[in-house]
Design a protein around this ligand. Structure first.
Ligand code: GCB
Length: 595
């Protein structure tokens, strides 16, 4: 077999191993439903050599006859917390990449006319689910939710649920072989049992019209293609209510005219209670309404040009050296962003948990959300493209009712090529089959200094596909200055709004040193770098926002320096222990000066 064909077969068979049989995208607003938590301590088996599946350990058999024995048992072994990554729970799992089995028992109260689902907020990176000894589903993608209908497989008492989780890096995965953050594995987000009526409200999309200030568009879809079923949509505080009948697809589509609406904004993040009811189901949540669009080189929020005072963070609590997974964790991350004076978060580099997204909306942050298309992705691989499309769908479906969501990001630092361009176009199209209202962006990487013209420029044909162009540029860190910052004039993506989506440099908290020396790893040099970049920003005419990299120091196997890094990316404005570095204060001053 030719090498190329062999690779294709190999990558197809890998992906077949973890194709998503029976895992469905989740119903809208899981957190507003009737749920029973399955969080807690789960039994665990570490399966470094992938022997568990072959030996059917998901059957969890016990010896019965005199000659029986089994070389495993889930009981009385390791215990792992769910939700959480496994790496932070036992020293021997710090660098673990491979398979770990999780298991627990549960009872349910089965009710006639009800359906039961298993919901996983995220499992990193791929998993197979076994219920009562039967494999029922698979899912790939470490940062998006999925659900399984278990109505017909579940028993009243003593169900045995096993989850085979694997976080091995692969060429055809997203992200792929190397990425600048920790490869946390495990059941990293909430697990729920979800109970719904037989026919339930599967999906709804309720947001303000993109351009009209007094028109709310709403659509609702039932889980069955039932015509003439009654659906009611209400926003009680606005005295809005409509009762409608479904079409043959079990859907209703309508709009509401409203004069009294107070639009959501970053300074006044008003949310309204919205209630959707069908004959036997009802779901409620808080929804905000705002307009966001682009005109010329500016982004307009509620008819006013806005400067995006953004920051990035990973879904990580540095002090715990582990994934963030709770509402309390969301408060820790977002409070620090608020203190910095931000009005936007770039959720790097993957969809983060719903606590963060919902809390950010309540606190008045716009959001940029992206799937982990990070640098070296296998753009030629059809299977990878399908996976990316599915991740995009799962992300957009989950968060499309969050008015804070302003940007869907399709890539971070990818190099132009025909396969890459068509892959990313496919992602945009996929997104637009669900939501055409948000701004599409990507963090590009090709800004360079044109010596002849003495300006910074960028040639990336993909720019034309984007509503807002974003660029990562590490002046003073990865790139020495070709001219002094006051002469650093940009001509990049003129005619469109431009966000500097990453800039920064590393400093070890508390380290003093030469303010001119990059390799001093000092707060003093980091402060110089920030001062210089803030000066350069004055010479970017279409600058619509900035997003320093990054709020907190974060863990990354990319970072080998023995005394300054020790597996930490030190570009944080705040240290791993939560202390603010000098550059934090410069950024704060800059953001406070921007209105
Ligand atoms: C980048 C990446 C980000 C890295 C950062 C760095 O361009 O987008 O994920 O962590 O640079 O620190 O090098």
């Amino acid at each position: 077999m030719k090498l190329k064909t062999f690779c294709l077969v190999l990558s197809l068979s890998f992906s077949l191993i973890f194709a998503d049989a029976n895992a469905q995208h989740t119903m809208t607003n899981v957190y507003g439903r009737n749920v029973q938590s399955l969080n807690g301590k789960w039994d665990a088996i570490i399966d470094l050599y992938d022997q568990g599946r072959k030996n059917k350990i998901f059957l969890n058999k016990k010896p019965e006859g005199k000659t029986d024995f089994y070389e495993y048992a889930f009981e009385n072994g390791y215990l792992l917390n769910v939700p959480s990554d496994w790496n932070s729970q036992m020293p021997e799992l710090k660098y673990y990449e491979g398979t770990i089995w999780y298991a627990r028992r549960f009872d349910v109260t089965k009710e006639r006319g009800k359906r039961l689902f298993l919901y996983f907020g995220a499992v990193s990176y791929r998993c197979r689910i076994y219920l009562n000894g039967k494999e029922i589903a698979e899912h790939e993608g470490g940062f998006t939710p999925f659900q399984l209908d278990i109505t017909n497989t579940v028993k009243d008492k003593d169900n045995f649920l096993a989850v085979e989780v694997n976080n091995t890096r692969r060429v055809d995965a997203i992200p792929a072989m190397a990425f600048d953050w920790w490869n946390y594995g495990g059941i990293t987000r909430d697990v729920f049992l979800l109970s719904t009526p037989e026919t339930y409200i599967d999906d709804y999309f309720i947001q303000l019209d993109k351009y009209k200030t007094d028109k709310i568009n709403a659509s609702v879809k039932l889980s069955e293609k039932k015509a003439n079923a009654v659906v009611t949509i209400e926003i009680p505080e606005l005295q809005l209510k409509q009762t409608l009948k479904t079409d043959g697809n079990g859907e209703v589509k309508t709009s509401f005219a409203t004069k009294k609406l107070k639009r959501w904004s970053t300074t006044s993040p008003t949310l309204y209670k919205v209630r959707v009811s069908s004959e036997n189901d009802q779901v409620e949540e808080q929804i905000g309404f705002r307009n966001i669009w682009v005109k010329g080189e500016k982004v307009y929020l509620n008819d006013k040009a806005i400067f995006m005072k953004s920051i990035s963070f990973h879904e990580e609590i540095p002090q715990r050296k582990g994934r963030a997974f709770s509402e309390a964790d969301a408060v820790v991350l977002l409070t620090e962003a608020k203190a910095l004076g931000c009005n936007m978060i770039r959720l790097a580099h993957y969809p983060q948990n719903e606590y963060i997204v919902r809390m950010a909306e309540k606190m008045g942050f716009l959001l940029w959300e992206e799937i982990p298309i990070w640098q070296g992705i296998d753009f030629k691989n059809e299977v990878t493209r399908e996976k990316a499309g599915k991740m995009m769908r799962e992300m957009v479906l989950r968060d499309k009712n969050r008015c804070a969501l302003a940007f869907w990001g399709v890539a971070n630092e990818t190099q132009p090529s025909e396969p890459r361009n068509s892959f990313l176009k496919y992602l945009i199209e996929t997104c637009k089959t669900i939501d055409t209202t948000r701004l599409i962006t990507a963090a590009c990487d090709l800004v360079r200094f044109d010596n002849k013209r003495q300006v910074f420029t960028m040639d990336d044909p993909f720019m034309k596909e984007l509503d807002v162009v974003a660029v990562n540029k590490y002046m003073g860190w990865y790139h020495p200055w070709p001219v002094t910052p006051d002469k650093a004039i940009w001509e990049v993506a003129r005619g469109k709004p431009l966000i500097v989506s990453e800039f920064g440099g590393e400093a070890l908290y508390g380290k003093t040193g030469d303010a001119d020396l990059v390799s001093s790893w000092s707060e003093d040099y980091q402060a110089t770098l920030y001062r210089d970049n803030l000066e350069m920003f004055k010479h970017i005419p279409n600058l619509s926002g900035t997003s320093p990299w990054v709020l907190f120091d974060f863990r990354s196997p990319f970072r080998f320096h023995p005394t300054n890094q020790e597996d930490w990316n030190r570009k944080g404005l705040v240290s791993d222990q939560g202390y603010r570095k000098k550059a934090w204060y410069l950024m704060k001053e800059y953001y406070d000066s921007k209105h």
